[in-house]
Ligand binder design. Structure first.
Ligand code: ATP
Length: 241
């Protein structure tokens, strides 16, 4: 599915991610974790085509996508749920979803909205409401739903749990588990290491834009001392629920 080799990317001349190797297979979840400023968001932005790639290669199902602009990457099957949601607050929930499905044929729109509503029934009750009037958790549902409208095969999810109540976080992770079950590949950026380690199959730890540890989630859970060294005690995995 996604194969990234020696990716370096950054802002203008400044490189903030250095020679990162990364693979995500269909039906797998990879968590990218690390302290503030480690380069997690920048990595997702580069994969989505929103950040300059300085070096390396990005392939989707064996095809290079490095040169493609963001919209064509969406069309190829890369969905991005950006940090901070970035909805159109004055458009309705339905209109925000429709924007996300722009790259797909119009006749599939209704079925895709239905799929989003099946995943998040609350959204179904609020389709005609202004997106800006929704709660933070509901807006996050719309942001995830908007990405799903483009029928992605790979989902890039940035800080899903940020600022949400624990119950809402649980709902989102249940939704991600369902999507993974349906065969989606998921690359997850999370500050909350506990959530990340529970949801992921594989884990990559970034520090100052470079990979300093990689392994399975089970190995990461067993290596808390090592992870603490990179993440600080506040990033220690939460006890399993
Ligand atoms: P956080 O969890 O705090 O969002 P992160 O791991 O996602 O951290 P990034 O946001 O990718 O890290 O930041 C990586 C580096 O890139 C940091 O040194 C940051 O200061 C720098 N950076 C981020 N955005 C910009 C920008 N717009 N212009 C210049 N440098 C930036």
């Amino acid at each position: 599915m996604l194969e990234v080799r020696e990716l370096s990317c950054g802002y203008g001349e400044m490189t903030v991610v250095h020679a990162l190797d990364l693979e995500v297979a269909a039906g797998r979840t990879v968590a990218l974790i690390g302290a503030n400023g480690a380069g997690k968001t920048s990595t997702l932005m580069a994969l989505a085509g929103h950040l300059s790639q300085h070096h390396g290669s990005i392939r989707l199902d064996g095809e290079p996508i490095d040169a493609l602009p963001p919209m064509q990457r969406v069309a190829r099957g890369i969905g991005w749920v950006p940090e901070g949601r970035r909805l159109f607050p004055d458009l309705s929930v339905r209109e925000n979803l429709v924007v996300g499905g722009y790259v797909r044929p119009r006749p599939r729109e209704a079925a895709n909205i239905e799929r989003v509503v099946a995943l998040f029934p609350r959204i179904g009750e609020r389709l005609d409401q202004r997106a800006g009037s929704l709660s933070g958790g509901e807006q996050q549902m719309v942001a995830l739903g908007r990405a799903l409208m483009a029928e992605p095969r790979l989902l890039l999810v940035d800080e899903l749990s940020l600022g949400l109540m624990p119950k809402a976080v649980g709902q989102f992770y249940a939704a991600l588990a369902q999507l993974k079950q349906s065969g989606l590949a998921i690359l997850l950026v999370e500050q909350n290491t506990g959530h990340a380690l529970r949801a992921a199959d594989d884990v990559i730890v970034l520090e100052s834009g470079a990979c300093v540890w990689r392994g399975t989630a089970a190995e990461a859970r067993a290596a808390t001392d090592l992870l603490d060294a990179y993440l600080g005690l506040s990033g220690a995995p939460a006890p399993a629920r």
